[in-house]
Design a binder for this molecule. Structure first.
Ligand code: ZN
Length: 328
């Protein structure tokens, strides 16, 4: 998998320009932002690690979670997503233009992996609920694979919920906190946690809809992974107001355990860290000329060792893309 396959560059540049306008709009309401404690351990001792586009990124001194504070309130975030020009562009142009590729190469693998996880832990294949279903591609693939008796999309945005419905997916247009469902086997959420004003409330709401032994599967960035450690604010994954919370394997475990879950496994099956860092080196944004080792791996001997370096990151939980499997 190469980065350009999922984010064609020209279209991405248009989305980035629109995103700049969106940020300017929300920054006009900066005086309404509120202070927030660590979204994992709840402590408020932190160090400012970086600033980007007016947002302040703090690192918790206890658990190393990175988070934006002050942050837009839940209401401001809702307004942001309702009015975001870049979101419309993503939903109408970028996602559709790359959907065939994404479906086959991301969502199919994701769905097969969830099925594999349920088999591994002897879970049943009754109802699966995908929270923050977005464009609905994951639910669509799950239905095609026929792995579960019932597939439910929970999506709070009206526009995206409509997209899910048009795809023939059973869709609930609510926040998970308001959802009542019986006999749920699995709750999934992919790249949702980092977006939320209050991740703990969300995790607790997911816990509430599950019966005992129900599975909880999620993905979120790993801030201690190679890409995010190296690129910091040069990574498109680091930026407000979309991404407010950046966990690491131990801080996500703490958050889930505090909410009642038992964490079964954490993995980082990311494929793009090395390629993304290399790209920023070549673009001149990251300087590794003083670092003989990284210069060798990511530039001089890239063709020879690049792929196996990424494999090393993956198997040692050092990639920036994290999967978490837990049960109630
Ligand atoms: Zn913390």
């Amino acid at each position: 998998m190469k980065e350009n396959d999922i984010r064609p560059e020209e279209l991405l540049n248009v989305a980035l320009d629109l995103h700049k306008q969106d940020i300017e709009d929300i920054m006009k309401k900066k005086h309404e932002f509120i202070e927030f404690c660590c979204p994992s351990c709840g402590k408020n001792k932190n160090n400012l690690v970086y600033k980007k586009e007016g947002f302040l990124f703090n690192k918790c001194t206890k658990c190393n979670t990175v988070y934006i504070s002050p942050r837009p309130t839940a209401k401001l975030l809702e307004e942001f997503y309702d009015n975001s020009k870049s979101m419309v562009y993503w939903n109408q142009v970028l996602f559709p233009s790359s959907e065939v590729y994404r479906k086959e190469n991301i969502f199919k693998n994701r769905a097969l992996k969830v099925i594999e996880i349920c088999q591994k832990y002897g879970n049943d294949f009754g109802t699966i609920v995908d929270v923050g279903a977005g464009y609905g591609t994951f639910c669509e693939v799950l239905k095609e694979l026929n792995g579960f008796e019932r597939v439910v999309a929970v999506e709070s945005s009206i526009g995206l919920a409509e997209t899910c419905k048009h795809k023939g997916i059973e869709t609930i247009n609510k926040q998970i906190e308001e959802v009542v469902l019986k006999d749920v086997s699995v709750v999934t959420n992919f790249e949702v946690l980092e977006h939320l004003f209050n991740p703990e409330e969300f995790v607790k709401a997911c816990y509430r809809v599950l019966p005992k032994d129900g599975m909880f599967v999620l993905t979120t960035p790993n801030i201690d992974g190679f890409e995010l450690s190296m690129l910091e604010t040069f990574s498109p994954n680091i930026g407000g107001p979309e991404h407010l919370n950046y966990f690491n394997p131990s801080s996500i475990t703490y958050l889930l355990e505090k909410s009642g879950f038992e964490v079964l496994e954490i993995s980082t099956p990311g494929k793009l860290d090395a390629e993304l860092v290399r790209k920023e080196i070549i673009n001149g944004n990251i300087d590794v000329s003083e670092d003989r080792f990284l210069q060798m791996v990511l530039v001089d001997q890239w063709e020879k060792v690049g792929e196996s370096f990424q494999n090393f990151l993956e198997i040692n939980k050092l990639s920036s893309h994290m999967w978490v499997v837990a049960k109630k």
